[in-house]
Design a binder for this molecule. Structure first.
Ligand code: PBG
Length: 331
C-alpha cells in the first residue's frame, strides 16, 4: 500500500458512482437532424458516401420528421438537392416562389407546427459555379452577393423557416440579413450564423449529396483556414454585433477547441455542425468492423456538447434519440 490520499478512482468504481458524477448529459432536445430534400414524389435515394442518409421528396420528408418527433427530435435543417438544369450564376432558383424548398417547408410547418425549421442560406445549391458567393471574373464578389443572400433569407422566412442559417461566409452577411428580415417585419425569425466555418475536407459527402462541389477553384478565400483559432473569435464578435442568435462552429470534431473558445468568450449560445465527413468516417470504420459504432457515436456527440455546443447538427440525431428513448445509450 502506498500513501495515496487522493484516489479519483473511488468516483468511478461502479456504474452508480459514475452516473452520480457525470458532468455532461446530452438529450435529444439539443440535436438538429439535417435532411436533404428533392422535388417530386416517392423519392428516397440513399447517398452512397452517407449510409442511412437519403435524399427525400416531400411525402418522404413528412414521414421522416414524424418518426424523428416520435423520439424527441424537434429541430430540422433542410438542404435542397437541385437539378443542374435549374442552376444559374446568380442562383435565382433560390428565391423562385415555386421553389420546392419553400413548398416543403410550408408543408412541414402545416403538418408539424411544433417543430423548429432551419434553412441554409448560400448560393451553392442553386449556383452553376458551385460557389457560395457570386463569381465575377473568377473571384467571389462579397458585396454583390449580399443582396442575393438577403433575398433568399427573406423568402425562406416567409415560407416558415424559424432560423435562417447563412453558411456562405461572406463578410457582413449577418447584418444585411438581419436588416432585411426586420424590414419585412420578420423579427421573430432567428439567425444561426455559420460563424467559424472552415475550408474543410470533411464536407465531401455533403457535396456528393447535393452535387454542389465548386466547378473551379476551392472555397479558401471565404471559408476559414483550419489552422486558425483567434480568427474565429473575430468572426464571432462580428456575427454577434450584427445580430446572430447562435454562433456556429463547423466542422465539430477537429474544432472542439474552437467550440470551447467561443463558448467561454461569447454570450450567445453555440451551435456545432458534426459534418458529413465525420459521419462517413464513423460509418465506414464501423462497416469494416474497425470501430464499435454503438459506443463511438454517443461518445462523439457527448464530446461536442462537453466542449460547449448547445445546438448540435448531426446526421446521427435520429439514431441517438432512438437509443436515448430506449434507454440504450452508453459509451
Ligand atoms: C454550403 C454548405 C456545406 C455544408 C453545409 N452548407 C458545404 C460546403 O461549404 O461546401 C456542409 C455540411 C456537411 O458536410 O455535412 N453552403
Amino acid at each position: 500500500m502506498y500513501d495515496i490520499v487522493q484516489r479519483p478512482r473511488r468516483n468511478r468504481k461502479s456504474a452508480a458512482a459514475r452516473g452520480m458524477v457525470r458532468e455532461t448529459h446530452l438529450t435529444p432536445e439539443h440535436l438538429v437532424m439535417p435532411l436533404f430534400v428533392v422535388d417530386g414524389q416517392g423519392v428516397r435515394q440513399e447517398i452512397p458516401s452517407m449510409p442511412n442518409v437519403f435524399r427525400l421528396s416531400e411525402d418522404e420528408v413528412l414521414k421522416e420528421i414524424g418518426q424523428c418527433i416520435g423520439v424527441g427530435i424537434r429541430c430540422f435543417v433542410l438542404f435542397p438537392a437541385v437539378s443542374d438544369a435549374l442552376k444559374t450564376p446568380k442562383g435565382t432558383y433560390g428565391v423562385d416562389p415555386s421553389n420546392f424548398y419553400f413548398r416543403i417547408a410550408r408543408s412541414i410547418k402545416a403538418n408539424y407546427p411544433e417543430v423548429l425549421l432551419m434553412s441554409d442560406v448560400a448560393l451553392d445549391p442553386y449556383s452553376s459555379d458551385g460557389h457560395d458567393g457570386l463569381v465575377v471574373d473568377g473571384q467571389i464578389a462579397n458585396d454583390a452577393t449580399l443582396p442575393l443572400l438577403a433575398a433568399q433569407a427573406v423568402a425562406q422566412a416567409q415560407a416558415g423557416f424559424d432560423f435562417i442559417g447563412p453558411s456562405d461566409m461572406m463578410d457582413g452577411r449577418v447584418g444585411v440579413i438581419r436588416e432585411a428580415l426586420d424590414e419585412a417585419s420578420l423579427t421573430d425569425t432567428g439567425i444561426v450564423a455559420y460563424t467559424a466555418k472552415y475550408a474543410s475536407a470533411f464536407y465531401g459527402p455533403f457535396r456528393d449529396a447535393l452535387e454542389s462541389a465548386p466547378k473551379s477553384g476551392d472555397k479558401k478565400t471565404y471559408q476559414m483556414d483550419p489552422a486558425n483559432r483567434q480568427e474565429a473569435l473575430r468572426e464571432a464578435e462580428l456575427d454577434a454585433q450584427e445580430g446572430a442568435d447562435f454562433l456556429m462552429v463547423k466542422p465539430a470534431l477537429c474544432y472542439l477547441d474552437v467550440i470551447r473558445e467561443l463558448s467561454v468568450h461569447m454570450d450567445r449560445p453555440i451551435a456545432a455542425y458534426n459534418v458529413s465527413g465525420e459521419y462517413a468516417m464513423l460509418k465506414a470504420a464501423a462497416a469494416k468492423g474497425w470501430i464499435d459504432y454503438e459506443r463511438a457515436m454517443p461518445e462523439m456527440l457527448t464530446s461536442i456538447h462537453r466542449a460547449g455546443a448547445s445546438m448540435i447538427l448531426t446526421y446521427c440525431a435520429r439514431e441517438y434519440a432512438q437509443r436515448y428513448k430506449a434507454g440504450n445509450l452508453s459509451f
